[in-house]
Design a binder for this molecule. Structure first.
Ligand SMILES: [Zn+2]
Length: 295
C-alpha cells in the first residue's frame, strides 16, 4: 500500500493532470455550496535555483518571472490580498452573512526569510500594493545556514525596512528544526527565542507562526502542547504545510496552505487558488496514517 501511494506521489505530475482536468472544474461547480475558503499561498525562495532533481511538488524556488506572472494574475482578476490578521473578521462576516460575496481573497506567505524576498519579491508586491507575511528563522538572519544550500537570508536592517513598508513578519522558529523530534524544553526555547528576537528587532511581538517541515497532524499530544506554547507566547495565528485552502473550520494555529513554485504556470496557479488542488490533502493524510501505523 505504501509503495503504491509513494509511487503515485512520484508519478510525473499526475497531481497536475487531476487538478486541471477533474478537480478544478468540479470545484468550480460546487463553489457556491462550500462556504468561504481562502487560499494562503506558501512561497519560499524567489530565485532561479536548479531543482531538476526534485519532484515538482517539493520544489521551493519560484523564478522572479513566474512570481511576477502570479502577482499580475491576482491583480488583473481583482483579488484582495489580505494579511493573516484579516481572516477572523472575514470568517465572522461569512458567519453573519454580511460578507461581500463578489470579492475574492488570498493571503501570501513566504517561509524561511531568504534575502531574495527583499531583492525580488518585495518590488513586485509593492508595485501591486500587495501585503505578505514572511516567516523568519531568527538564528539564520544575516548569516545563512548550510541547511538551506547556502542561500542568503534577510538582514535585520532589511527586515526593519520591509516592516516599515507594511510587510508582516512571523516566526519560523530560531533554528528551523523538526520540532516534533525535540524534547519539550527545546521546543519551548525555539519558540521563545525566536519570538523575543523579532520583538527586540522590530519593537513588536510577532503574531503568526509557521511550522517548519512536514506537520505531524496525527500527533495530538504534540500539536496541543505546541498550540499551548504559541498561545503562551501571544501568537494569534499559525500556518503549516497541511495542504489546502483555509476555512472557518481549519485549525487556527496550523492553517492549511497551498505550496507554490516555478512549476505553477498560470493554469495551475489559477486552479490552485480556486481550490482545485485541495483534493490532494486526503491522499497525503491517508499516506501519513498508513505510514504511522506500519512504523
Ligand atoms: Zn522552512
Amino acid at each position: 500500500m505504501i509503495g503504491w501511494i509513494h509511487s503515485y506521489m512520484k508519478m510525473p505530475r499526475i497531481d497536475r493532470l487531476l487538478t486541471l482536468y477533474f478537480f478544478h472544474p468540479f470545484k468550480r461547480f460546487i463553489k457556491n455550496w462550500q462556504g468561504l475558503r481562502i487560499p494562503i499561498l506558501m512561497y519560499h525562495s524567489i530565485s532561479n535555483g536548479d531543482e531538476s532533481g526534485v519532484h515538482p511538488y517539493y520544489r521551493v524556488n519560484t523564478s522572479p518571472e513566474v512570481f511576477e506572472q502570479h502577482m499580475e494574475y491576482l491583480y488583473s482578476k481583482g483579488y484582495s490580498v489580505v494579511g493573516l490578521d484579516s481572516l477572523p473578521l472575514l470568517f465572522q462576516e461569512e458567519k453573519n452573512k454580511t460578507l461581500n460575496q463578489s470579492r475574492r481573497y488570498v493571503v501570501i506567505t513566504f517561509d524561511d526569510g531568504f534575502r531574495d524576498f527583499y531583492l525580488q519579491a518585495f518590488p513586485v508586491l509593492k508595485k501591486y500594493r500587495f501585503t505578505a507575511t514572511v516567516f523568519l528563522v531568527t538564528e539564520a538572519i544575516g548569516i545563512g545556514s548550510e541547511k538551506f544550500k547556502d542561500k542568503e537570508f534577510l538582514k535585520w536592517s532589511e527586515v526593519r525596512a520591509l516592516s516599515n513598508e507594511g510587510i508582516c513578519f512571523g516566526s519560523h522558529t530560531a533554528t528551523h528544526p523538526q520540532l516534533k523530534l525535540l524534547d519539550n524544553e527545546r521546543v519551548r526555547k525555539e519558540i521563545k527565542y525566536s519570538t523575543k528576537e523579532i520583538e527586540n528587532q522590530l519593537g513588536k511581538s510577532p503574531n503568526s507562526f509557521s511550522y517548519p517541515y512536514k506537520f505531524p497532524e496525527n500527533d495530538e499530544v504534540f500539536t496541543s502542547f505546541l498550540e499551548g506554547l504559541l498561545i503562551e507566547n501571544h501568537f494569534k495565528f499559525g500556518v503549516s504545510t497541511r495542504l489546502g485552502s483555509t476555512s472557518l473550520k481549519d485549525a487556527r494555529y496550523y492553517m492549511k496552505r497551498i505550496p507554490i513554485n516555478s512549476d505553477d504556470d498560470i493554469n495551475l496557479f489559477k486552479a490552485k487558488i480556486d481550490g482545485g488542488y485541495d483534493w490532494l490533502y486526503m491522499p497525503q493524510y491517508l499516506f501519513k496514517i498508513v505510514r504511522q501505523r506500519l512504523s
